[in-house]
Design a protein around this ligand. Sequence first.
Ligand SMILES: [Zn+2]
Length: 225
Amino acid sequence: MPANSPLDHMSLNGGSLGVPAAAVDDLDDAPAKLRRSPVDLDRIRRAVREILLAVGEDPEREGLRETPDRVARMYAEVFQGLHQDPRVHLSKLFTQKYDEMVLVKDIRLVSFCEHHLLPVVGRAHVAYVPNGKVVGLSKIPRVIDVLARRPQLQERLTEDVADLLMRELDAKGVAVVIEASHSCMTIRGVNKPDSTFVTSAMRGVFKERLATRSEVMSLIFGTRS
Ligand SMILES: [Zn+2]
């Protein structure tokens, strides 16, 4: 198919919405997704009001009047990943002979634990050994964002990122390490404000070869004082 046939150009530029070609990409951005979000905001508003009543608060007092609505919109935002497919960020791959490790370090991670619906904040490190195909580096943080914006378990998030990249990139190996602090441990329960939880998932060459695994671990943790 010719890449720039006049018809393609027209359908992209014109479209039924009259959206300029440059804006077509923007439809994938979060605010647009949010507007089409299938999250039942009204149901959350009612539930938050119930929680306020149940803990002995007055949902009608001035400071709390807008709270159910704010919380509803916050949940729609932080759980928007439930309605997104992370594979869209891995659809554009580039052919390249490079077959050494690619590492993306210190990807900021914000998620919510599914046990308490409290924030999990930390960093993810993702490495892969390509098998002829590489992906734009900005895509890996996007994949993590989609999966993190769901009620999550850190162990499952770590494995899901590794399995997804392994499959979609057809990589020789994938390593994912996540270090995170769980609010449900730092602000309540055992009250351990400094604890971090580290999980890792090794696939392919990272699982099979100790040397490759050691290399990635020292690249991630080695230079830390
Ligand atoms: Zn928790």
